[in-house]
Design a protein around this ligand. Sequence first.
Ligand code: RET
Length: 246
Amino acid sequence: PDNQSQLGITTHGSDWLWAVFAVMLLTDLVVIGWHFTIPRGQRLFHQLGAIILTTATIAYFSMASNLGSTPIATEFAYLGYPIGTLRQIWYVRYIDWVITTPALLLELTLASGLPLSDIITLVFFDLVMIITGLVGALVASSYKWGYYVFGNLALFYILWVLFGPARTSAGAIGPAYKRSFTSSAAVLSFLWFLYPIAWGIADGASVIHPDSEMIFYGVLDVLAKPVFIIYHLFSLSKLDLTALRL
Ligand code: RET
């Protein structure tokens, strides 16, 4: 392998990253256009969708332009052979997630009737999850796994709120709300559960090359942002949103 790949630094991920950028941008434009067709007072979910997709568009612009990473010391192994001591850590993802994951939780829970105090706690633990993931990725020593544990505990709390109190609140609005909430929450939980697995083998243990990390997170990001948002907006379009105060 050349010097670049010995350092675990990729130079040929950008076609894929530009493709993901294009998906984010096009979906963003569709959601912005769609939002104008919705009466004011019921546009909140489209607006949050556009916030999420605009953020992702700019994050993928950065990564496709090879910007937003920094080398961190690690024992980098490729195909089982230790071949380097640095890994490219893409911190720009976490800056994206610090905006988009709270917005995704708002997208879901503002249609559930969950009390505001619970939503604020949910957003707090989401920020704990993302920021511990960022700090852990930047830490070279095995203390990084301490941050990882905090992040995973925060994710468990989030999933517990979604399937406990939030689902109960949605049921109190009506059976159609409960059905819509439960299916969107199930899709979101399944996808979110895969992110810490990607972190563990990429920024954590560094057993996959940053090129593979780009494919793993890229597929997940397309499912968790554009696909999830379109699915959720269609699901909400069948409900009477005047039951919510937005
Ligand atoms: C980290 C590492 C620390 C432990 C956990 C994580 C979870 C991250 C998640 C990210 C979701 C991102 C999404 C992006 C949108 O496209 C930070 C990887 C639990 C769940 C949905």
